[in-house]
Design a protein. Structure first.
Ligand SMILES: *Cc1c(COP(=O)(O)O)cnc(C)c1O
Length: 347
């Protein structure tokens, strides 16, 4: 066995940097349920300002910020329109039904991106037989879409469809930071078109914990009530919020490095004999499909024996995610190891 581990399973595996740990240790804290944690208050205002929106609320996870948003926007029996690969549908434990008693209209998007035309066609007519279309939820970047980014002009067209049909528009922006950096966009432009935005600090930005939900005053007021019901109100969590403030100040620009690392993996994989296709790489996620008959879990095992951790997202698909704790040396090593793997026929 080699003595290194290069962990590409997810951008959630990062550990706080020394600078972040220092910021956490120095954090001013208080009881956030009383609204008295200065670090949480500062992180919430900073994030709201970043998006040019009125308010924000700090939560333990991105699942919680999404689920709170869905609960705030809907009534039982309403319908949510989203891509079939959405995290809110695929990976939140059926929370749309469990927490909000809503149905879902799934659309087959383009690498996780749905279009204004598809949404227009999915809005239910005003008919007692039908659920009431209430909310559109987009994901940028799209996780199962391979880190793909929306074209902002399409998001504006989607906003127009939502206005026409009085639908709320939510963004699952767990990795929005990656999209902003990749497309050279500003958070402000997103704040102008969405009713609510969820962002994670524990993915691209390297924090141990934390997500924020951003919206207008009345929406966030309602969200505070729902967070309490969901058991997500914390006390002296300013230690964690301080990591978030540090990350927003220091870890945004460096996402470019993660993206160029992902590009290097893409170009290596494209010419490997056991790889059938690599999904287009736009940010920090690399998803590839194996040649017919090859198994993703088997390749993941082979990589593991070589000290490289990856994730089989389907029987024939493997995902690699670059992040704060992946160095250029690790990418060199991975490229070297990938080139050494030989599949015998029938393997
Ligand atoms: C990771 C992720 C979330 C939230 O996940 P948590 O682990 O609950 O923080 C939400 N949406 C997308 C697209 C994600 O990738």
């Amino acid at each position: 066995m080699q003595n290194w581990i290069i962990d590409f399973r997810s951008d959630t595996v990062t550990k706080p940097t020394p600078g972040m740990q220092e910021a956490m240790q120095q954090a001013a804290i208080g009881d956030d349920v009383f609204g008295e944690d200065p670090s949480i208050n500062a992180l919430e205002s900073k994030t709201a300002e970043l998006f040019g929106m009125q308010a924000a609320i700090y939560c333990p996870s991105g699942t919680m910020t999404n689920q709170i948003a869905i609960k705030c926007h809907t009534q039982p029996g309403d319908e949510i329109i989203c891509d079939e690969n959405s995290h809110i549908y695929q990976y939140e434990g059926g929370g749309i039904a469990f927490n909000s008693l809503c149905s879902v209209k799934l659309l087959a998007g383009n690498f996780g991106r749905i279009s204004a035309a598809q949404i227009e066609g999915a809005v239910q007519p005003d008919d007692v037989h039908r659920p009431i279309s209430r909310l559109v939820s987009l994901e940028n970047t799209s996780n199962r879409g391979g880190g793909s980014c929306y074209d902002f002009a399409e998001i504006q067209r989607i906003r127009a469809v939502c206005n026409k049909h009085q639908l709320a528009l939510h963004l699952d922006g767990a990795r929005l930071w990656n999209a902003l950096i990749a497309k050279n966009e500003s958070a402000i432009q997103y704040g102008q078109v969405f009713d609510s935005i969820s962002v994670c600090l524990s993915k691209s930005l390297g924090c141990p914990v934390g997500s924020l939900l951003v919206g207008n005053h009345s929406f966030i007021k309602k969200a505070r009530r729902i967070r309490k019901v969901f058991g997500g109100s914390m006390r002296q969590a300013g230690f964690l919020a301080a990591a978030g403030i540090y990350a927003l100040d220091h870890h945004l620009e460096r996402l470019k490095t993660d993206h160029s690392h992902a590009k290097r993996l893409e170009s290596t994989l494209q010419i490997l004999h056991f790889v059938k296709i690599v999904l287009p790489v736009e940010t920090n996620i690399v998803i590839f499909e194996l040649q017919d008959g090859l198994s993703a879990p088997a390749l993941v095992n082979t990589l593991k024996e070589r000290g490289i951790l990856a994730y089989a997202i389907a029987p024939n698909r493997v995902r690699l995610v670059t992040h704060l704790d992946i160095s250029s040396d690790m990418i060199d090593k991975t490229v070297e190891e990938l080139n050494r793997i030989k599949y015998a026929a029938g393997h």
